[in-house]
Design a protein around this ligand. Structure first.
Ligand SMILES: [Zn+2]
Length: 506
């Protein structure tokens, strides 16, 4: 029997607002001493009044727009009740039936089949995070850090239409990139800024029914999401083949070191959350142009938020591929970070200016070669250099104009690759311009042909054997002479010009 996986994801994303979701406590508590960023509101003392963080609502609306979600006129908060040490109020302020965004989708590019695939999103809502529990000594002792309690958390829920583990991983990576492009979350999975639970069941092809699902928790890397889903697919397939498919919904935890999921009794199981509308927080009104807007509502200007939406990875990917004639693999690396992509575009624009100082149509004629050359220098030289030196592109001293000039020097063969690498390293360190570095280090290629001719004449005189061989028709003998010339000029000669002169003189 052939079976198909049915996968849905629930992703929690920590927003990096200055303050917490419903109080004015510092929201950077993860880097502060435990229980130092707390107040009566986020500790759930009786009689306190929560005040919603407008920035968090605006950012959730921005994320909803980026995920092509519909945003209704109204949204509201609800109380979700459960009792647990990480939740001092014994309820979490969340959203039940009027989330901020719903019915969205995301295009992801699958490099294996070289096609775009659509992943449907059910909803995006906003809630507060619970405290952080650290279990010690076989769960006998548990430490609670309330710094994380009450921090703004966005939950994105996909439809169960993800077809395999690779698509799940690609979706998460795209989502992380979008959050970073929007600059609303660091979305670092290892640090728990982006947390994922995966729901999975199997079914025969053509069957539209949803069978009892397994919820897999503790997935804290893209790799673990992929591996856990692979493991569940084979575990559940085996149960189906044995005639005993899962009959009830279960929760399992992922054990990364053993590479298996294990049965987990969840605190949520058989739980009635007794949701009801949060009475202390007014509803959110997104369309403030209407005069139906309630006086007390939290007013959010959605038209204004729409103008804040930047170009997203999907659009940038397509534009870079068509505008710069670059392959997908290059573009993927170039646009990984918004700031790096911006810098690349600035350099291309400067390069165009440099190239056009030669002759007006040089750029148009050589554009694909020039953009590919620039892309290679970014991916193979500049990015590894930044990584090596732990430098951020935003703090780079080297201007885009100077980087453009360097690539132009390589393109016009005034600088060979080894020398250019040396120049680039110096430019990244000091911010100096390339012509200055070349002069200082005496790295420029010899462009004076008469000087080169004198050197080559001497090379021919001193190496009669290869000269005779070449004359006798041995083409590769010329390479020996090129090598000798390069050695004489300490690598500063342009090999193509050397060959031209050699052929002329012999
Ligand atoms: Zn607080």
């Amino acid at each position: 029997m052939e079976l198909q996986p049915v996968i849905g994801l629930e992703i929690h994303i920590q927003l990096k607002t200055k303050t917490k979701m419903f109080c004015s406590c510092d929201n950077s508590g993860e880097n502060k001493p435990a229980n130092s960023c707390i107040c009566p509101v986020c500790l759930g003392h009786p009689g306190v009044l929560p005040v919603a963080n407008k920035q968090a609502i605006e950012w959730s609306a921005l994320a909803s727009l980026a995920l092509h979600c519909q945003i209704d006129e109204y949204s509201k908060f609800d109380r979700k009740h459960y009792y647990y040490p990480d939740l001092p109020k014994a309820y979490q302020i969340s959203q039940l039936d009027q989330p901020i965004g719903k019915n969205g989708f995301l295009w992801i590019f699958n490099p294996e089949i070289k096609e775009e695939e659509k992943v449907y999103i059910n909803r995006l809502h906003l809630e507060e995070d619970a405290a952080k529990l650290t279990h010690k000594g076989n769960k006998k002792d548990t430490l609670v850090d309330y710094n994380r309690g009450g921090t703004p958390l966005m939950e994105v829920v996909t439809e169960p239409t993800i077809k395999d583990s690779i698509q799940a991983k690609l979706f998460l990576q795209e989502l992380r990139q979008i959050m970073r492009y929007l600059e609303i979350s660091d979305a670092d999975m290892e640090k728990g800024h982006l947390r994922c639970d995966a729901n999975i069941s199997m079914r025969p092809p053509g069957d539209e029914k949803l069978y009892p699902k397994t919820e897999v928790k503790n997935l804290n890397s893209f790799r673990s999401v992929e591996r856990a889903l692979e493991h569940e697919i084979s575990r559940q397939t085996k149960l189906w083949l044995e005639g005993t498919p899962p009959t009830e919904q279960t929760t399992r935890g992922w054990d990364d070191s053993k590479g298996v999921t294990t049965d987990q009794r969840s605190k949520e199981e058989a739980n009635d959350y007794r949701y009801f509308p949060e009475p202390d927080i007014p509803p959110i009104h997104f369309d403030i142009t209407k005069n139906t807007c309630a006086d007390k509502a939290i007013k959010i200007n959605i038209e204004c938020i729409k103008t804040e939406l930047p170009e997203l990875p999907e659009g940038k990917r397509k534009r870079f591929i068509s505008e710069f004639d670059l392959p997908y693999e290059d573009v993927k690396v170039l646009i990984e970070e918004k700031k790096k992509a911006q810098y690349f575009e600035q350099v291309i624009s400067e390069l165009e200016t440099w190239v056009n100082t030669q002759a007006k149509d040089t750029w148009t004629k050589n554009k694909p070669d020039l953009t590919k050359l620039a892309s290679n220098w970014f991916i193979n030289k500049l990015f590894p250099l930044l990584e090596d030196k732990s430098l951020d592109i935003t703090s780079l001293k080297m201007t885009a104009e100077n980087m453009g000039e360097l690539i132009h020097l390589v393109f016009t063969q005034k600088l060979n690759s080894n020398s250019a690498t040396e120049v680039l390293t110096e430019m990244v360190e000091t911010g100096a311009d390339p012509s200055h570095v070349i002069k200082e280090k005496n790295l420029g290629q010899m462009s004076d042909e008469s000087e080169l001719e004198n050197i080559i004449k001497k090379v021919i005189e001193d190496n009669q054997k290869p000269v005779e061989d070449y004359k006798a028709g041995k083409e590769q003998a010329l390479q020996a002479l090129v090598g000798k010339t390069m050695a004489e000029t300490k690598g500063k000669a342009n090999p193509e010009i050397v060959i031209k002169i050699l052929k002329k003189l012999i």
